[in-house]
Design a protein around this ligand. Structure first.
Ligand SMILES: Nc1ncnc2c1ncn2[C@@H]1O[C@H](COP(=O)(O)OP(=O)(O)O)[C@@H](O)[C@H]1O
Ligand SMILES: [Mg+2]
Length: 454
């Protein structure tokens, strides 16, 4: 009885105090003074507070033992109860702790000073190179662009990878999925693009992958040279789900800032699947029903909301070309996140384990990969060559097993015969060393040489 009485007494005190403070100041919100709540329940990562009147998406601070505070975000409510989720590690949580709403609503510091830096999902530098000076602030959720005002995709973007430049040309402002199982070479391919893509700024979001990979990516893949024109936002797997979600939003917001400066930005998000899984953890813990293979409906709303932010700006104001990696576990292309992503992206590049296992890198499966803007950025002879190479490859692959055991009879099918004759050249054309770039002109010329040359 005493503890309940004490609880209500504390809450009543807090309410009285907040009420008095409100009366004392005509504009309490402007000073960051709002009604204080009390922590009622903490199960898993979900916190429930009462007496708190913060809007959805706003931040609160929760007092923990020893007088420290942890930040949490309002993710839902039910009656008098407000549901919160922490954005940092939770420890020392106490029953009836104070919950104070914060004035700032997850804003993102941006500016020139970000270039060459590695930050976490809250914008805190991880590279030990001192504070970052903010020139301005933008919202975490971005400002949506009227789709009719968006510049259409009409120019190709050089990504420095021959197989993509020649066979799956990417347009400036396009949003592409990179689909593959784990360990097939997604990160390595993104790394090649950071070195060779013709972009002004590269923003990399490392979301929900292993912590060790962050260091690998920054030191080995990007290196001094690559980092100079890049910003890396890292929210690895050990961070709470909200931090992973915010990491993806922050990376996108930073890309939007540079785009609005009129720059051409390459946004690389590794991975979109981990972003969806973070939203799944949040949705399920506030009581959303799991619908598609354990994913609650909010996941399928959050995916397009993120992806739609990339693309060309309004009327010639810069662009964001984005690559999102999508995990297809066991190379299952029908996995719900893969399925949903394919529908909202303007193309997908599939990496296949079979090709990687044969030692061919990048392991791009040309036959099943699609660039939906190809029609707008290629001419007829180029498209004809792309079709021809695809025909040769699918004819060869249909007979692959027979060819492997030497049972294929030459003369059975002229297309297979031609593919067989050109196969070593095709392999050579599609393969590429990670340290060598191939621009669009050279890639196109190599394709023409491959098919027309003798
Ligand atoms: N272009 C490449 N050339 C040589 N080896 C590669 C290449 N791409 C990937 N690999 C090999 O595959 C491994 C996994 O690649 P990684 O990019 O980390 O895959 P993912 O991000 O899909 O899990 C690398 O450690 C490397 O051994
Ligand atoms: Mg990876």
């Amino acid at each position: 009885m005493t503890s309940i009485a004490a609880t209500y007494w504390e809450e009543a005190r807090n309410l009285r105090l907040a009420g008095r403070l409100r009366m004392a100041d005509p504009q309490p919100e402007a000073l960051g003074l709002t009604r204080e709540g009390v922590l009622r329940r903490a199960v898993g990562l979900t916190l429930e507070a009462s007496g708190c009147t913060s809007p959805m998406g706003s931040r609160c601070r929760v007092e923990t033992s020893g007088g420290r505070w942890v930040e949490a975000e309002v993710v839902g409510f039910s009656g008098e109860r407000t549901f919160l989720m922490p954005t940092a590690h939770l420890d020392g949580l106490l029953p009836n702790a104070r919950v104070v709403s914060m004035r700032q609503k997850g804003e993102v510091a941006v500016g020139e000073g970000l270039l060459g830096r590695v930050i976490d999902s809250d914008g805190v530098p991880l590279d030990g190179r001192g504070p970052i000076r903010a020139e301005s602030w933008v919202g975490l959720a971005g400002v949506s662009i009227n789709p009719l005002m968006r510049e259409p995709i009409t120019r190709s973007l050089d990504v420095g990878v021959r197989a993509i430049n020649a066979m799956l040309p990417i347009g400036r402002g396009q949003r592409v999925g990179l689909f593959a199982g784990s360990g097939v070479g997604k990160s390595t391919l993104l790394g090649m693009m950071t070195r060779f893509t013709a972009a002004d700024v590269i923003v990399v979001g490392l979301i929900g992958e292993r912590g060790r990979e962050v260091r690998d990516f920054v030191e080995a893949t990007l290196g001094e040279e690559g980092l100079r024109r890049a910003v890396v936002v890292a929210a690895p797997a050990d961070r709470p789900p909200l931090a992973r979600l915010h990491g993806a939003l922050r990376a996108t917001a930073i890309a939007e800032y540079y785009r609005d400066q009129g720059l051409h930005v390459l946004l690389l998000m590794d991975s979109l699947t981990r972003y969806a899984q973070a939203q799944r953890e949040i949705g399920l813990s506030v009581g959303e029903p799991p619908t598609t293979r354990g994913y609650p409906p909010s996941v399928f709303a959050k995916l397009p909301a993120l992806v739609e932010r990339a693309g060309n700006g309004a009327d010639g104001r810069g662009s964001i070309t984005a690559f999102y990696t999508v995990l297809t576990e066991g190379d299952d292309q029908q996995e719900p996140i893969a399925d949903a992503s394919r529908a909202i992206l303007d193309g997908h590049i599939v990496l296949t384990r079979r090709i990687a296992d044969s030692g061919q890198y990048p392991a791009i499966d040309i036959e099943v990969s699609v660039s939906r803007v190809m029609q707008d950025i290629t001419d007829a002879p180029w498209r004809e060559r792309i079709r021809k190479l695809k025909r040769l490859m699918s004819a060869y692959n249909a007979q692959r097993d027979l060819i492997a055991i030497g049972a294929y009879q030459r003369g059975n099918d002229p297309v297979v015969d031609e593919a067989l004759a050109r196969w070593p050249a095709i392999q050579h054309f599609l393969g590429q060393d990670v340290h060598e770039g191939a621009d669009v002109e050279a890639s196109r010329a190599a394709l023409a040489q491959l098919l027309d040359g003798v």
